[in-house]
Design a protein around this ligand. Structure first.
Ligand code: ZN
Length: 191
């Protein structure tokens, strides 16, 4: 672990890694195509529970570089950003994650155990996404890696203004068409 006052870094857990790879070295931003190793980046993976296999099945994953995240934030209204911040403070499992850090608990299953919004156990959710922040071959434990259920994502959507929804829609229009279609048809993007 590389600890600092502002952020904590650890190895990238397998669940976040690209299929058959042990690094994001050869991966690109899903929005702008930049190499992920050039800057920090966010990874989001969406899963549905496969009743037959009794285990979650990946339906899509997106990688977004920090530059694209910053430009999305700049497009969003100040009011929407404040509302989201407030929601994060009130609803996210921040105390739970802080406690894990205090106890030096870095097992990823602990971090992804609950939906950060509804606080339900992820193993009881039929659809959920996981989100983490990375730099090169390391994952940030601050900002926290987290899981969010479909129901939780619906709640977040409700606090967005129409304008913010349009900004987010435009942003995700830059996704490769196959992923864009899956996101539109059967998924939700949390961040
Ligand atoms: Zn990008």
């Amino acid at each position: 672990m590389n600890n600092d006052d502002n952020f904590i870094l650890g190895d990238i857990p397998e669940i976040f890694l690209p299929e058959n790879e042990d690094s994001f070295k050869n991966s690109y931003c899903s929005i702008c195509g930049a190499e992920l190793f050039d800057d920090g980046f966010m990874v989001e993976k969406a899963f549905v529970k496969n009743e037959k296999l009794m285990k979650p099945e990946l339906i899509f994953e997106i990688h977004v570089c920090f530059k694209c995240i910053r430009s999305l934030n700049e497009e969003m209204s100040k009011e929407s950003i404040e509302k989201i911040e407030q929601f994060r403070k009130e609803r996210f499992l921040n105390d739970y994650y802080e406690k894990l850090l205090e106890n030096e608990e870095y097992k990823i299953s602990k971090w992804l155990k609950y939906c950060t919004i509804t606080h339900n156990k992820i193993k009881d959710c039929s659809e959920f996404n996981i989100v983490g922040f990375f730099v090169q071959d390391a994952m940030f434990y601050k900002p926290f890696p987290m899981a969010v259920s479909f129901e939780g994502m619906m709640e977040v959507e409700e606090i967005y203004s129409k304008k913010t929804k349009d900004v987010i829609d435009d942003f995700f229009d830059s996704l490769p068409p196959d992923i864009r279609k899956i996101v539109k048809d059967q998924g939700k993007v949390f961040i």
